[in-house]
Design a protein around this ligand. Structure first.
Ligand SMILES: C[S@@+](CC[C@H](N)C(=O)[O-])C[C@H]1O[C@@H](n2cnc3c(N)ncnc32)[C@H](O)[C@@H]1O
Length: 286
């Protein structure tokens, strides 16, 4: 008989053994993820697969090595929405784009883009500012499943009202309908928005990034990282951010104290930062 999720418990030892084994066998590093949220994800996964314990889950993963991808997808929290925190998008429109939008090319990285709502939100903002044609957008995520939906750009009508309402808060005069084609059960992002976006499976914890960006979004991703892991990832962002670039994190993301020299706060409410060039200069002196 399978256990009810609320009865299942995962000990610290079990979690450590699991993350270490996943790292050694599959090369995916979850060892510094926030323990509570990983445990919650594993409990969800174990009960969804009608298993009883971590041991059962591990047994299945060893029997069929292809399962790791779908299991990892289940562990990652993919929650996102169109125009999430509408005031951020107003700030991006009137402030960030005003400052760098005159440039010939706008390079943007959405790190941890999930199912795509954040990318397409930005694409709508850019389109309305007549800047999408000169934008090169990279959208990355570790979850293959989330990325597949982002690429498809198809969303269930259940979330349409929320999307339209959030857009109206962002821009009461605008017309959100022009960005989607509607079907009986779904709404689809128009190709005009999609064609400027490149999608790539990318693990922030392990993979390199050798491009430079004017804007980097990493919203509600680092919530699940401990401070050592955050520092590792923040260095990747620092190096990938253009000198005059903007770094945008989620409303509940906490930057570790050790990173305070890396970025300077541009807007505390909307969590927009800029690159602190003194940090780079100090680094090069070391
Ligand atoms: C809560 S969603 C945030 C989506 C979007 N940025 C937003 O704020 O609406 C977090 C995303 O981070 C991704 N993620 C978690 N760990 C990651 C990693 N190591 N590398 C890349 N993406 C990761 C998850 O797959 C998930 O899609």
């Amino acid at each position: 008989m399978t256990q009810k999720p609320e009865r299942l418990q995962i000990t610290d030892e079990e979690l450590n053994a699991f993350t270490t084994a996943v790292k050694t066998r599959f090369g995916l590093d979850f060892t510094s993820y926030e323990q509570k949220s990983l445990k919650r994800g594993l409990i969800r996964l174990i009960s969804k697969k009608n298993l009883n314990s971590m041991l059962g889950l591990w047994g299945q993963m060893l029997k069929d090595k292809t399962l790791i991808i779908s299991y990892i997808d289940e562990l990652l929290v993919n929650l996102t929405e169109f125009f999430r925190n509408y005031d951020l998008w107003q700030k991006v429109k009137v402030d960030v784009l005003k400052e760098i939008g005159y440039q010939n090319e706008l390079t943007i990285w959405h790190a941890g883009c999930s199912t795509g709502e954040e990318i397409y939100t930005m694409a709508m903002v850019l389109k309305e500012r007549f800047m999408l044609h000169k934008s090169k957008v990279l959208a990355t995520d570790l979850s293959a499943k989330a990325l597949a939906q982002a690429i498809e750009g198809r969303y269930n009508n259940i979330i349409w009202d929320k999307c339209a309402k959030s857009y109206a808060l962002y821009n009461p005069e605008g017309n959100v309908d022009r960005f989607f084609s509607r079907e009986e059960h779904n709404f689809n992002v128009v190709n005009q928005l999609k064609k400027h976006i490149r999608f790539q499976r990318h693990n922030l914890v392990q993979d390199e990034m050798d491009e430079q960006f004017k804007i980097i979004f990493c919203r509600n991703v680092m919530l699940y990282f401990d401070s050592v892991l955050k520092m590792k990832v923040l260095k990747v962002f620092y190096n990938a951010l253009a000198d005059d670039g903007f770094f945008i994190i989620g409303y509940y993301d906490m930057l570790p104290y050790e990173s305070k020299e890396m970025f300077t706060l541009h807007c505390s409410k909307t969590r927009i930062y800029r690159k602190n060039l003194n940090y780079k200069n100090n680094l090069s002196k070391e």
